[in-house]
Design a protein around this ligand. Structure first.
Ligand SMILES: Cc1ncc(COP(=O)(O)O)c(C=O)c1O
Length: 419
C-alpha cells in the first residue's frame, strides 16, 4: 500500500491546540484599515506588526496611482514578463529604481521571495558556494536550497566567521556572500564594511537583501549599501516593495549584463505572472513620495529612538536592534503567544515570531514602527507594555526553555561546528 501523504496533516495539532487555548496569534482577520489602525473583531487596534515603515500603503496618492494603472492596463497582466506580461509601467519602475539606487539595471520580480530564490538559483553553479548569514531571511535560504551550489552558513554578522568559512573553500570556487542589510527579526544592521573587506580577500561577491533597509537607511532611504557608502563593493542588491513601498513585489539591481542574464534564466521570473498594474503604479508613486518627502524617514527614526528608549526603560530586552524593527525578547513560545494575545486584547496588534523565524527557545514578539505613528500612538503603546510588564513580567533575562534543543533553521546544513 502507498504511504498516506495526508497522515502528517491529520496528526498536525499545534495550531488547533493554540486556538483551543485562545491564544492563536496568526492569520488574524483585518476587516478595515484606517492609517495606523486596523479593525479586527469590531475593535480598533493600533498596528505595530507591519513593515509599512513610511505609512505609504495607505497614502491616498499611492492608492489613486494604483487605481489609474488598473484603469489603463486592467486588473492583471495574465502572463509572464517574458511573454505577454511586460507593460510600460514595469520598465518605468525599473528605470526609476536603477536611477534611485545608482545601478545600471533593475529587474522586477512578482515577490521579494522570488527575487531571492530566482537570482540565487540562476547565478550559482555546482562548483560554487553560497556563504549565508545564519539569520538571513527564509527566501534566501530557499534560494540556497534550490541552487545546486554548496551552502555554507556562517555565524550571524561575524566577519571572523565568514573568513573561517571562506578560507576553507577551494580557491577557484565561485563565492557568493549573501546577507540581509537589516535583519528582519533582530533589527540588526549588517556589518557591511567588515564583511566586504573579508569577502574581497577571498574573491567573494557580495549580495545584499535590502528588504528592510529601503526607505529606512541611507540618504533618501537608498538602503544599507548607501548608508555605509559601499554601493560599488556590492555587485548584487535585492529589494522588496512589500515594506517601505507599501505594496508587494521585489527586484534585483546590478549590472546590465547580469540583469540581461537573469531575464532569460531566472525561473521565478519566467514561469510566473508579472506584477499587476495596480502594484506597479502604486509603487512608482510611493517611490516618488519617498524621494520627495525625506521628513518621513526623519520621523521614522524619531519614533524608533523613542520606542527603543521606552522599551528599555520599562525593562524589556530588545536585543541588539538598531532599527524600527524592535524584537521584544521573551524566550518561551507559549509566553510569547500569551503576551501577543494580551497586547491584542488591550488594542495593540503585534505577532510573535517563533522557530524557525528565530532560534528555538528564543521567541520574540516582533514590533515595528512607522513614520505615521503619532506621539499619542507611541505613548499608548508604551502604556500597554508597562501594564503587561506588571502583569506578566519583562522577560529581560530570556529563559531558553529547552536549552539542549536550541537550534536554528540551518541545522540541516551544518556538517562542521560553526566558528
Ligand atoms: C529580509 C527579507 N527578504 C525578503 C523578503 C521577501 O519579500 P516579499 O514579502 O516581497 O516576498 C522578506 C519578507 O518578509 C524579508 O524580510
Amino acid at each position: 500500500m502507498s504511504k498516506d501523504i495526508f497522515k502528517k496533516c491529520r496528526e498536525y495539532h499545534d495550531s488547533k491546540d493554540a486556538r483551543a487555548q485562545g491564544f492563536y496569534p496568526y492569520f488574524r482577520r483585518i476587516d478595515d484599515s484606517e492609517g495606523n489602525h486596523v479593525i479586527c473583531e469590531g475593535k480598533r487596534k493600533i498596528m505595530i506588526g507591519s513593515n509599512n515603515y513610511l505609512g505609504l500603503a495607505q497614502d491616498p496618492r499611492v492608492i489613486e496611482a494604483a487605481c489609474d494603472a488598473t484603469r489603463r492596463f486592467g486588473a492583471g497582466c495574465t502572463g509572464s514578463r517574458l511573454l505577454n506580461g511586460t507593460i510600460s509601467l514595469h520598465e518605468e519602475l525599473e528605470s526609476a529604481l536603477a536611477d534611485f539606487l545608482q545601478r545600471e539595471s533593475v529587474l522586477l520580480f512578482s515577490t521579494g521571495f522570488f527575487a531571492n530564490q530566482g537570482a540565487l538559483t540562476a547565478l550559482t553553479e555546482a562548483e560554487d558556494a553560497i556563504l549565508c548569514d545564519r539569520e538571513n531571511h527564509a527566501s534566501i535560504i530557499e534560494g540556497c536550497q534550490t541552487s545546486v551550489a554548496r551552502l555554507v552558513p556562517y555565524r550571524h554578522n561575524s566577519a571572523p566567521a565568514l573568513r573561517n568559512r571562506l578560507k576553507r573553500l577551494p580557491e577557484d570556487a565561485g563565492k557568493l556572500v549573501v546577507m540581509d542589510g537589516v535583519f528582519s527579526m533582530s533589527g540588526d544592521i549588517a556589518d557591511l564594511p567588515s564583511m566586504i573587506e573579508v569577502s574581497k580577500e577571498y574573491g567573494g561577491v557580495m549580495y545584499v537583501d535590502e528588504a528592510h533597509s529601503l526607505g529606512v537607511l541611507g540618504p533618501q532611504g537608498r538602503g544599507t549599501v548607501h548608508h555605509f557608502g559601499v554601493n560599488d563593493d556590492v555587485p548584487i542588491v535585492m529589494g522588496t516593495f512589500s515594506k517601505s513601498l507599501g505594496s508587494m513585489g521585489g527586484f534585483i539591481a546590478g549590472s546590465q549584463e547580469m540583469i540581461e542574464f537573469l531575464k532569460h534564466k531566472a525561473r521565478c521570473l519566467i514561469f510566473t505572472a508579472a506584477l499587476a498594474p495596480a502594484v506597479v503604479g502604486g509603487v512608482l508613486k510611493a517611490l516618488e513620495i519617498m524621494r520627495s518627502e525625506p521628513e518621513r524617514i526623519d520621523q521614522l527614526w524619531k519614533n524608533t529612538r523613542k520606542m527603543h528608549e521606552g522599551f528599555k526603560s520599562l525593562g524589556f530586552n530588545i536585543g541588539s536592534t538598531q532599527t524600527p524593527i524592535v524584537p521584544i525578547l521573551i524566550g518561551s513560545e507559549a509566553r510569547s503567544f500569551t503576551f501577543a494575545q494580551r497586547l491584542f486584547e488591550e488594542g495593540v496588534f503585534a505577532t510573535p515570531a517563533i522557530y524557525p523565524a528565530v532560534r528555538y527557545g528564543e521567541a520574540i514578539v516582533r514590533t515595528s514602527f512607522m513614520s505615521t505613528h503619532t506621539e499619542k500612538d507611541l505613548d499608548f503603546i508604551l502604556e500597554i507594555f508597562a501594564k503587561l510588564a506588571r502583569e506578566l513580567g519583562t522577560f529581560d533575562d530570556p529563559v531558553y526553555t529547552q536549552p539542549g534543543r536550541r537550534r536554528n533553521i540551518f541545522d540541516f546544513a551544518l556538517q562542521e561546528q560553526d566558528r
